[in-house]
Design a protein around this ligand. Structure first.
Ligand code: ADP
Length: 160
């Protein structure tokens, strides 16, 4: 079966920061499951299906990377698929506090769960899905921040 890890998040939409973490993880693990959270409390620009299809398209040439969606608690999803390694990215100290809490809670909910953190690469340090959406909404250039396909979809979204 090999070593499998789950990279959970909103990915609304996937950015170069996420792509970097996924590519690097796929060199360490045999399989990386990019798990798109269907969180209906948050308002999203892209539907879970659109987010999954963008990720699939970006990684269509890398068979080690697969996508999935999950609802509810991440630990329940991990139990369901029987994978207990979570990957998360860290950009700044500000990410740390939240991620620290999240890792502790997930471990409390299931002691088998371990979270592995990867530092963002320098050129991606300031990229977040939120900032990308704001720039795209204001007709700014996001070509340095997201894959070309995502840039295209953002343009479509904000055309009207
Ligand atoms: P969430 O909505 O849970 O914050 P995201 O989709 O924004 O999820 O991000 C998923 C994971 O990717 C998080 O661990 C986040 O810190 C990380 N991440 C987001 N942007 C970057 C980036 N530019 N570089 C590295 N990691 C990132």
């Amino acid at each position: 079966m090999g070593k499998i890890a789950v990279y959970p998040g909103s990915f609304d939409p996937i950015t170069n920061g996420h792509v970097d973490i996924i590519c690097r993880s796929s060199k360490i693990f045999d399989k990386v499951i990019v798990a798109v959270a269907k969180n209906y409390q948050k308002s999203h620009l892209f539907s879970p299906e659109e987010r999954v299809s963008l990720i699939n398209e970006v990684f269509k040439d890398n068979p080690k990377i697969i996508t999935d969606t999950f609802e509810g608690l991440l630990v329940d999803y991990l139990n369901k698929i029987n994978v207990y390694v979570i990957i998360r990215g860290l950009r700044a100290v500000s990410d740390f506090e939240f991620e620290f809490q999240l890792a502790q809670i997930n471990r409390k909910l299931n002691y088998k769960v371990d979270t592995i953190y990867m530092m963002a690469t320098e050129e991606n340090l300031y990229i977040s899905s939120r900032i990308v959406k704001e720039i795209a909404m204001l007709n700014g250039d996001v070509s340095q921040l997201v894959p070309p396909l995502v840039e295209e979809k953002l343009k479509e979204k904000f055309k009207n």
